[in-house]
Write a protein that binds this ligand. Structure first.
Ligand SMILES: *Cc1c(COP(=O)(O)O)cnc(C)c1O
Length: 426
């Protein structure tokens, strides 16, 4: 398979990866083939553009640039400064934010920086319960967040399976948190940041919006932005934003120097300049009209997938979707999330098992799967393909033990994938 590794680093054959380390080279080729030949419905994944990948693998990977543009602790940072200044300017323009920090290595570290600015150890915080769709960094006991702060979880309404802002307000009045975190990893509905802000104001709390999943949809103007309401917003660049793996912090100007100091030297050393270059490229791409069209298709594909799966007898949590995520309750079919994700993986369709709200099954088993459309939409799949995929999912799930059916689906998946190559992969 021809890869698009093109310019910048010209590698003589004898120094190439396959000559130096055939084991890793072989595994990476196999991963390329796995991605190319399977349908990826993992909601947190995407495929970066060739331009993003080219920036990410550039020679600035070698540069140490501790500090911030214009105030580095190393010399030779002239181009590091140019890159980081561009990344910051583009992030601010894209999200209409007063300030941006592009150094956080991940979404989790972006959250860590935000907490360290807004909270003291042991403070009370409200965040969405992990079992209802929140993230590990929103107070899980196995994560620094739950170990450092007193998190009070809020969840979705048992009837609607959506956020109930009256219930959240009652909880806030009772616990008087210093911070409320709004955002989720498996919630398919619009989050009303304006309402969250008014609840926060009522109890004297700050608001942190974690838009790790929906940053690309928000950047395209298709879900409401938290920027006017949240003092700090955090994001990842690798999910719907379709950039490199990394974090992003957007904030009001009064908090900017605190955030910068929290990221470096507070919790990180030198920035990953190659990743920051790739972030700058992804922000630029996200400002193009084509990106808005892409996000419209992401949402349309998610709605189509939801209604097709519903038509095939599955239950869609909350009844539908406003974003790229569809949370599917498999209990009407009598199978678990674990059985479903394993059978689907064997058939070439990658999804993840996921707890549904009030799930009676343990987290390793679960009653549901989470499916998402960012990656398949990047490949060019449209509503017609979504209908076909829903049919294939049902075929696999309704004959879990039939390897013949599984092999048939596997072949059909390969055919569809050949028709829609990953951008840049020949
Ligand atoms: C993915 C995610 C994160 C963390 O991102 P990483 O880059 O994996 O650390 C944080 N918050 C939410 C809501 C997420 O979905």
């Amino acid at each position: 398979m021809e890869y698009y590794y093109s310019t910048i680093v010209r590698t003589p054959k004898e120094h190439s990866l396959s000559q130096r380390d055939d084991e890793i080279a072989r595994i990476l080729r196999a991963e390329e083939e796995r991605q190319a030949g399977t349908i990826n419905l993992i909601a947190s994944e995407n495929h970066v553009s060739p331009a993003v990948l080219e920036a990410q693998r550039s020679l600035i990977i070698d540069k140490y640039a501790e500090g911030y543009p214009g105030r580095r602790y190393y010399s030779g940072c002239v181009h590091a400064d140019e890159i980081e200044n561009l990344a910051i300017a583009r992030a601010r323009e894209l999200f209409k934010a007063e300030r941006a920090n592009v150094q956080a290595h991940s979404g989790s570290q972006a959250n860590m920086a935000a907490y360290s600015v807004l909270l003291d150890h042991g403070d009370t915080v409200m965040g969405m319960s992990l079992s209802h769709g929140g993230h590990l960094t929103h107070g899980s006991k196995v994560n620094f967040s739950g170990q450092s702060y007193r998190f009070v979880p809020y969840g979705v309404d048992p009837e609607t399976e959506m956020l109930n802002y009256d219930a959240i307000e009652r909880l806030a009045l009772k616990h008087k948190p210093r911070l409320i975190v709004a955002g989720a990893s498996s919630y398919s509905r619009v989050i009303d940041f304006e309402k969250f802000r008014s609840i926060a104001d009522r109890v004297g709390a700050r608001l942190l919006a974690d838009i790790a999943h929906t940053a690309g949809i928000i950047a395209a103007g298709l879900n409401p932005s938290p920027i006017p309401y949240a003092q700090i917003s955090t994001a990842t660049t690798q999910k719907t934003l379709r950039g490199p793996r990394g974090g992003l912090v957007l904030c009001d100007k009064q908090l900017a120097s605190g955030i910068d100091a929290a990221v470096f030297p507070g919790m990180q050393g030198g920035p990953a300049m190659h990743t920051i270059a790739a972030k700058a490229v992804c922000f630029l791409e996200a400002m193009e009209p084509a990106f808005i069209e892409y996000q419209k298709s992401v949402l349309e594909n998610a709605r189509t997938l939801a209604s097709e799966l519903k038509g095939h007898g599955m239950r869609i949590v909350s009844g539908g979707t406003d974003n790229h995520i569809v949370l599917v309750d498999l209990s009407p079919l009598g199978i678990s999330g674990k059985n479903a994700d394993e059978a689907l993986e064997a058939a070439g369709i990658t999804v993840n098992r996921n707890a549904i709200p009030f799930d009676p099954k343990p987290p390793r088993i679960t009653s549901g799967i989470r499916v998402g459309t960012p990656a398949v939409t990047t490949r060019g799949f449209g509503p017609g393909e979504m209908k076909r995929i829903a049919g294939l999912i049902v075929k696999v799930l309704s004959s879990l033990d039939d390897t013949r059916v599984r092999d048939q689906v596997r072949d059909e998946v390969r055919g569809m994938c050949r028709q829609f190559p990953i951008p840049g992969l020949a």
